[in-house]
Design a protein around this ligand. Structure first.
Ligand code: M6R
Length: 620
């Protein structure tokens, strides 16, 4: 969702900010804007659409060495140039970019207008520019409390304004009186400070900073910072003393560049063998038939005491949770469930203190998943992160967990992160099951098969089968069905989600046995039904459901284990290599990812940035 980049130093700031915005594009946005302190005024440019459009509008030269910029994903107010950030106060002397939501916008706006504020947008964010101006210009108390005279003090003005708003913010503010200074504050929307040599950066995401510096400070909620060329000073808004410290970003595996691939999504599909190696390597102990996830920091004693496992995520991450829960329950014989984080956090869940929770997230910033983590912690539960982005809010809030090591995932549609979530949860399953009752022999078999997965993924991607035939049918259909049983039911869900988000083809996923309880009414002659039927104990059951669809004239596209005669039931059969039941999602999902990609391509969709979607969903 929205992205922030800011800079103060000695470089030509406009190209630097545009480059930063480009590196934030993957988060999803619909407009972009930039403000540069230039010749005693703020030069502001905004565009609806792509950062490339904004880049053209700054080509005439925006001279300056400090500025802030923003990509906006609309919440309050439509997608218009006026609503794009940055926003200015009446006099154009204070400029603001903001991520998050100001919940008490209405009363604040009424009061500010009564005092003479002129609003030029419909956004909640513009409130901040006027409110900060109110205190900075020393207009006295706001409401009924008496406030000290803080006129002319940027830090005090921002602090005072933030004490009057309710909601979430990652905010960067500049004052024309102090053109080399940026004030930043965080509450619920991530911000990271980058520290260079005689230059300082602020961004909502470290990805925007890595071309310039790896020395960073992740701001914590409730923190405020003053950035200048000389470095950074931080405070807590509540007056407390503990503030963030400087860290060095680890070298990420993968560079987040597109390479020779036409789209990030296709590149990331093909990244999967290497991404899986990065996730598994060093964590599988074949000789002992177990796995070791050091970041969990759980002793065998603590592992055997676990009474229940709850996996939480949203979207694709939830689909990965379904696979994990299935594997844990089957193999470790411990009750395990997957939960949609946005539902879980608000249903006053019963949190078992003897249970273990995992928050599963690529970005580590999903507001709903983070909200669920906090709710579990409030109720005394233990929650680990299974997160891709190092240093992200969920990783930091959990404190313990497992990093996915997928490398940067830039396409909105998640592919390699899904696979690494499944792999990481399989590693945990092995570690847990081996501690409880799995024999060394069975553990070794599990470990060997898991280690073989990256090679099998590579083998499949080299020869993906007749995907194009399936694409034609899917693109011509009103609706596409995805069916699977057991662990494959969750792969069906992931296949349908992927197809919808990338191609906008209406898609519906059901556990195969549920089809006849309702959705079969939608079947028409020629409807494409994508059946995920690997060689597992439930195969024969799914085969019956396939027959039921065939009998009604459906076109069967089947993802099956290579060499299995079940393929005879299919109109289009897509074989994948054989593996154990628990790992089959890592192979059966591949044709579904390619199908979604190719359908999106055939229909002319914006593959890497589908409409209305964001990579990092930081609002609930
Ligand atoms: O960053 P997260 O894994 O927490 O994101 C969760 C979902 O927003 C995400 O998986 C979404 O469903 C993807 N666009 C799916 O491809």
């Amino acid at each position: 969702m929205c992205g922030i980049i800011g800079y103060t130093g000695t470089r030509d700031v406009a190209p630097l900010l545009v480059r930063g915005l480009r590196r934030l594009e993957y988060r999803g946005y619909d407009s972009a804007g930039i403000a540069v302190a230039s010749h005693m005024r703020f030069e502001v440019r905004k565009e609806v659409g792509r950062v490339a459009d904004l880049e053209r509008s700054v080509e005439d030269g925006l001279e300056g060495i400090s500025g802030i910029a923003h990509t906006r994903w609309a919440t309050h107010g439509g997608v218009t140039r006026e609503n794009a950030h940055p926003h200015l106060d009446n006099e154009g002397r204070i400029v603001v970019v903001h991520n998050g939501i100001i919940e008490n916008m209405a009363p604040l706006k009424t009061r500010l207008i009564a005092e003479g504020a002129i609003f030029r947008s419909e956004t909640d964010s513009e409130i901040l520019a006027h409110l900060i101006a109110h205190f900075y210009h020393g207009y006295g108390s706001f409401g009924d409390s008496i406030i000290p005279d803080i006129a002319g003090d940027p830090v005090a003005a921002v602090k005072m304004a933030l004490s009057r708003v309710r909601g979430t913010w990652g905010v960067a503010v500049m004052f024309l009186d102090h053109p080399g200074m940026i004030i930043a504050a965080r509450n619920g929307s991530p911000l990271v400070i980058g520290i260079g040599d005689g230059e300082t950066f602020i961004a909502s995401d470290p990805h925007a900073l890595v071309p310039y510096t790896r020395r960073v400070m992740f701001m914590a909620d409730g923190e405020l910072a003053r950035l200048t060329v000389d470095g950074v000073e931080t405070w807590r808004l509540d007056g407390g003393t503990k503030t963030s410290s400087i860290e060095t970003l680890e070298e990420e595996w993968g560079d987040g560049e597109q390479g020779d691939f036409p789209h990030f999504m296709l590149k990331e599909i093909h990244d999967q063998p290497e991404a899986l190696r990065q996730c598994i390597s060093g964590r599988v102990l074949v000789e002992d038939g177990t796995a070791k996830l050091g970041g969990l920091d759980l002793s065998p004693r603590e592992l055997v005491d676990i009474q229940r496992v709850t996996l939480l995520g949203c979207g694709t991450s939830y689909n990965a949770c379904l696979v994990g829960a299935y594997a844990i329950e089957q193999l470790a014989r411990i009750p395990a469930t997957a939960e949609i984080a946005s539902e879980y956090r608000y249903r006053n869940p019963v949190v078992d203190p003897r249970g273990l929770h995992f928050a599963v997230s690529q970005s580590g910033e999903t507001a709903d998943t983070l909200g669920a983590v906090k709710e579990i912690q409030r109720k005394g539960g233990a929650v680990m992160g299974a997160v891709n982005v190092v240093g992200s809010s969920i990783a930091r809030t959990c404190g313990r967990g497992v990093y996915l090591h997928s490398g940067p995932e830039m396409a909105v549609a998640s592919t390699k992160a899904y696979s690494n979530m499944v792999a990481a949860l399989c590693l945990f399953t092995l570690q847990l099951a081996r501690t409880t009752h799995l024999s060394a022999h069975a553990g070794r078999e599990f470990a060997e098969h898991l280690q073989a997965i990256p090679g099998l993924v590579e083998q499949y991607l080299a020869n993906p089968g007749p995907i194009d035939d399936a694409v034609r049918w899917v693109c011509d259909s009103k609706i596409t069905f995805f069916l699977g049983r057991g662990v494959s039911a969750s792969v069906a869900a992931e296949g349908a989600l992927k197809l919808m988000e990338v191609s906008y083809v209406p898609s519906i996923a059901y556990p195969s046995g549920e089809m006849k309880h309702g959705p079969i009414a939608l079947l028409e002659k020629g409807s494409p039904v994508i059946c995920i039927v690997p060689n597992d104990p439930l195969k024969a059951k799914t085969a019956s459901n396939v027959q039921e669809c065939r009998a009604r004239g459906a076109r069967i596209i089947m993802v099956h284990t290579a060499g299995d005669p079940i393929a005879e039931l299919a109109d289009v059969a897509i074989p994948v290599p054989e593996t154990l039941e628990w790992f089959s999602p890592l192979l059966t999902v591949l044709p579904l990812q390619l199908l979604a990609y190719k359908a999106g391509l055939a229909l002319g969709r914006d593959i890497d940035r589908p409409r209305n979607l964001a990579k990092s969903v930081t609002v609930e």
